[in-house]
Design a protein around this ligand. Structure first.
Ligand code: BGP
Length: 469
């Protein structure tokens, strides 16, 4: 039987402004929280930007995007996902007027993509809230953030409505529970942050997200607005029913965000969690109406799965895409300890589609690894990244199975289609790209770009609409 990807399937790649643009203080850009996170989520945040912060230069995408977009077009990208750096548009987050030079940069970038016929997907907020909003307001703990976000959203919708069709309100919004500073710009140290403040911040972000959906539908009838979740499917460590309940509880921590976005109301299990933990969410009149504006599609990142157990003495904790979990004895891991599980992607796609029956979009998937740039027999510099090809191929085979299962999938954008700085560790050594960037964690390197072996492989996948897998 022939298994196919749908016609018009949106193949492409994804990046985020703060991980690739660099130019952290050029053309009126204000500081973002990333400019003071030289160690990624391992922290601590510094008072001011420090020279060892790889994101200050990134891969210099701000100045080299034309060359990079040309390479994306050569691979045949149908869509390119990037974020807008909020602090390029509103340098302090609470400014009266937007920064015209910041707006112009994204006009130029989007025009460049459209020149090659690429659709655009824009993440409105990708772990890069203006630093001032963290320091002055304690980030999303403050209700004021809703207003600042709304102003930013209205500004970029008005400016790019004819250029951008796909919008994501917040990157991995469920990460706020785990990384309150990076995800929620919450300045209070994690250990001192109360559950009350944390969930109040989540409520504010959820209202802001629903407001972004509502306004998009008013201003851009053809736009598609999605939520974006960090998806780490969870398996029970054993068939013990206690482990299964532990899985259910852990899954609720993630599904709660999707339920709110896709169904427009707080699920009963979240209300119970609030009752059990003495959390009183302060709602304002109108919040419920705003939350009822549900997303057009559900998007997520997928890198790994994890286990859960009711008995912590039985499980070994593993590193992971912010959420982490308990190690699965059947899986191997990347050099960074992320457990590789292609079938988990098929499972997740089915789980989400069964639960919501809304179109899905995989907006991140990829393999972070140390690459070696070598000179081949023709004297060309190349990277033989067969491990990356294998990872992506195995995952795409499972995506195709999920489509066969009946899942409605709009597209697939690999994470870090060009090497960039890691979100969790702030390293450039953790590479994901089809394109190698000559820059090292000590700041050395020419910033030149080289095609990896996976470049031609992905080009062929797109050209055959996945038939060659
Ligand atoms: C997700 C983020 C991305 C990205 C990716 C890979 O959590 O949305 O920004 O970086 O993970 O993680 P890392 O860069 O830490 O390898």
């Amino acid at each position: 039987m022939n298994k196919n990807f749908p016609e018009n399937f949106l193949w492409g790649g994804a990046v985020a402004a703060n991980q690739c643009e660099g130019a952290y203080n050029e053309d009126g850009k204000g500081l973002s929280i990333q400019d003071v996170l030289p160690r990624g989520i391992k922290g601590p945040a510094t008072e001011h930007p420090t020279a060892d912060n790889m994101k200050l230069v990134g891969i210099d995408f701000y100045h080299r995007y034309k060359e990079d977009v040309k390479l994306f077009a050569e691979m045949g990208f149908k869509i390119f996902r990037t974020s807008i750096a909020w602090s390029r548009i509103f340098p302090n987050g609470d400014d009266a007027e937007p920064n015209e030079k910041g707006l112009q940069f994204y006009d130029d970038l989007f025009d460049e993509c459209r020149k090659y016929g690429m659709e655009l997907m824009v993440t409105i907020s990708h772990y890069e809230t203006p630093l001032n909003l963290a320091r002055k307001y304690n980030g999303w703990v403050s209700r004021d953030l809703i207003g600042f976000y709304e102003k930013y959203v209205r500004t970029i919708y008005a400016r790019y409505k004819d250029k951008v069709k796909y919008w994501l309100t917040f990157n991995e919004i469920n990460a706020m529970l785990h990384e309150p500073f990076m995800s929620g710009a919450i300045n209070t140290p994690k250990e001192e942050l109360s559950q009350q403040d944390l969930y109040q911040a989540v409520h504010h972000a959820m209202v802001a997200s629903a407001l972004a959906v509502k306004i998009a539908h008013e201003m851009m009838p053809d736009a598609m607005v999605g939520c974006m979740i960090s998806c780490v499917p969870i398996y029970p460590l054993t068939p013990n029913p206690d482990d299964m309940i532990a899985v259910m509880n852990a899954e609720h921590m993630n599904f709660g965000f999707v339920d709110l976005h896709a169904r427009g109301v707080y699920p009963g299990y979240m209300k119970r969690y609030f009752r059990d933990h003495d959390i009183q969410i302060r709602m304002e009149p109108g919040d419920e109406e705003i939350l009822s504006h549900t997303v057009d599609f559900i998007s997520f990142s997928y890198y790994m799965s994890a286990c859960e157990t009711a008995d912590p003495s039985k499980g070994v904790r593993v590193e992971g895409n912010i959420l982490g979990g308990v190690a699965n004895p059947y899986l191997e891991s990347s050099e960074w300890g992320w457990q590789i599980d292609p079938q988990g992607l098929r499972y997740a796609l089915n789980q989400y589609y069964d639960r919501y029956q809304k179109p899905l979009f995989i907006v991140e998937n990829g393999f972070g690894a140390v690459d070696q740039l070598v000179v081949d027999e023709n004297g060309n510099k190349v990277v033989e990244d067969d491990y990356r090809i294998e990872y992506l191929c195995e995952h795409l085979l499972q995506v195709r199975e999920a489509i066969e299962d009946g899942v409605e999938l709009l597209g697939y954008t690999t994470w870090g289609c060009i090497d960039l700085v890691s979100a969790t560790t702030a390293q450039l050594a953790k590479r994901y790209g089809f394109i190698y960037v000559d820059r090292n964690d000590d700041g050395s390197g020419t910033l030149e770009r080289y095609k990896k072996k996976s470049f031609d492989w992905y080009k062929n996948v797109i050209a055959t609409n996945g038939e060659c897998l």
